[in-house]
Design a protein around this ligand. Structure first.
Ligand SMILES: C[S@@+](CC[C@H](N)C(=O)[O-])C[C@H]1O[C@@H](n2cnc3c(N)ncnc32)[C@H](O)[C@@H]1O
Length: 281
């Protein structure tokens, strides 16, 4: 598998230090924000989930009534509930005990949530098999990803799909990408300050939070890797990429003289990526 250079762009030393090695028990920064996240998603998902992410992931999964779907890093169960509404049996694995409790508290008959590490799925769900699997906004939150891909591949039959939704690694690198305004050309552009190096950094959980509010202080750790790292890890695990959706943020330009240019950039530059992989052998 290809090796990608690692660099740390996050500035002064981080506390606590972030390890790139798999921990025996998964630690997730999301445990500290489980209450906020559960409220933010609610039963049906936040706006972005309802309008963009859930429709794209459900379409690619195309799970049928009665099938079993593994939800890797299931959070408070937003995907599991959407699947259960379709009569699909959803099983989530999640590292945050509070999010497992929240998911279980909202769960209906077709859902089950288990505390575990996505990098050791065999330990979390011994002997289980699934028709399809998904990881919705999760793989950029953990490292390494190869054991996740391998664990999923082992639980799928040949032809089973693994749908992976991410912030777009080409256009949305944490702390190394931003919208910019070119006054001469009257154009909104996307500034990219780095791409090929892999790095981990702390980011605001809720970038839209009002400064000074408790929500504005919430942080999680995000991992950037180039697109090739996802495709290579999938291939090394026996998963072949068969689909790729590049999704834009429905939030459009602010009212004002830049509206048309901002709107064009928002429609043209995708901030989310959904990869569909199938188990090959
Ligand atoms: C951005 S949240 C997404 C949650 C859910 N999929 C959703 O879309 O709402 C990322 C989730 O990954 C979980 N996570 C991070 N590392 C994990 C690991 N090693 N094993 C299992 N879950 C993990 C976090 O606890 C968090 O719930």
């Amino acid at each position: 598998m290809a090796q990608f250079p690692r660099r740390d762009y996050s500035g002064p030393p981080r506390k606590p230090p972030v390890s790139a090695d798999p921990a025996p028990a998964a630690h997730t920064a999301w445990e500290g924000q489980a209450g906020w996240y559960d409220k933010h998603q609610g039963d049906g998902g936040a706006d972005l989930y309802q309008t963009v992410l859930l429709p794209a992931v459900l379409k690619r999964l195309s799970a049928k009534k009665g099938q079993r779907v593994l939800d890797v890093g299931s959070g408070q169960g937003v995907l599991g509930r959407a699947l259960a509404h379709l009569g699909v049996d959803a099983v989530g694995v999640e590292a945050s005990p509070s999010l497992v409790a929240a998911a279980q508290g909202r769960a209906g008959a077709h859902e089950k949530y288990v505390l575990g590490d996505a990098r050791d799925l065999a330990a979390a769900l011994p002997g289980q098999a699934f028709d399809h699997a998904a990881a919705l906004m999760v793989l950029q939150d953990l490292e390494p990803i190869l054991p996740v891909m391998q664990g999923v591949a082992k639980m799928l039959a040949p032809g089973g799909r693994f749908v992976i939704a991410l912030t777009h690694p080409c256009f949305r690198q944490p702390k190394r990408s931003a919208w910019g305004w070119d006054d001469d050309r009257r154009q909104q552009y996307r500034r990219i300050d780095g791409y090929l190096s892999m790095y981990q950094t702390r980011i605001a959980t809720h970038p839209g939070a009002l400064p000074g509010t408790p929500e504005a202080a919430l942080q999680t750790v995000s991992t950037h890797r180039p697109l090739a790292a996802y495709i290579e890890a999938a291939g090394a695990a026996g998963l072949g990429i068969t689909g790729c959706d590049e999704l834009t943020n429905p939030r459009r330009g602010t009212k004002g003289t830049r509206f048309a240019a901002e709107d064009l950039a928002a429609k043209e530059i995708p901030l989310f990526l959904v990869l569909t992989a199938v188990r090959l052998r």
